[in-house]
Write a new protein. Structure first.
Length: 161
């Protein structure tokens, strides 16, 4: 059932690959997590998903009304949960947007495989052409050398080709 829903959501967004973010297993023993309510924990995880989707380095430049709609949370509950996350110093309310305090330490740009794959394809693209040309050149030289060597040997022993 979930597989079908996932495929449907991916189709709606075009042919983009599903985004992901890092979630560390130390979360289980984190005292800040232990102090928060289950509703706030759910909001935290959903906010992380949303921040990852926005691709603005942990910033969520949206009003509380838009965030509550996006996370499917009641606005008053969301405001209470955001306040709790602020008190725990997990997020900060900057004027006009929310931001995860340690996003850059936990979510690496290098995790974006599309950039890494693009660089890899460019390297192998040029490498393949170079290697192929080198192989073709070596093969041509080898054939030419063989012909020259056989002509040289034939001429030495008096055989005309």
């Amino acid at each position: 059932m979930y597989g079908g829903v996932g495929r449907l959501l991916l189709r709606r967004k075009g042919n983009k690959y599903m985004k992901w973010f890092r979630l560390y297993n130390e979360l289980i023993d984190d005292p800040k997590i232990a102090l928060m309510s289950s509703d706030t924990f759910k909001t935290l995880i959903m906010l992380m998903c949303y921040a990852s989707e926005l691709e603005q380095n942990g910033k969520i430049p949206e009003s509380e009304l838009l965030i509550s709609w996006r996370l499917r949370r009641d606005k008053n509950d969301l405001i209470r949960e955001l306040s709790e996350l602020e008190k725990l110093e997990i997020i900060s309310n900057k004027s006009g947007y929310y931001e995860f305090n340690n996003w850059g330490k936990r979510q690496y740009i290098s995790d974006d495989s599309s950039l890494r794959m693009k660089r890899h394809r460019n390297r192998t693209k040029f490498k393949d052409v170079t290697d192929q040309n080198r192989a073709d050149t070596e093969q041509i030289q080898s054939r030419a050398e063989q012909c020259n060597n056989s002509n040289f040997i034939s001429n030495k022993i008096g055989v005309v080709t």
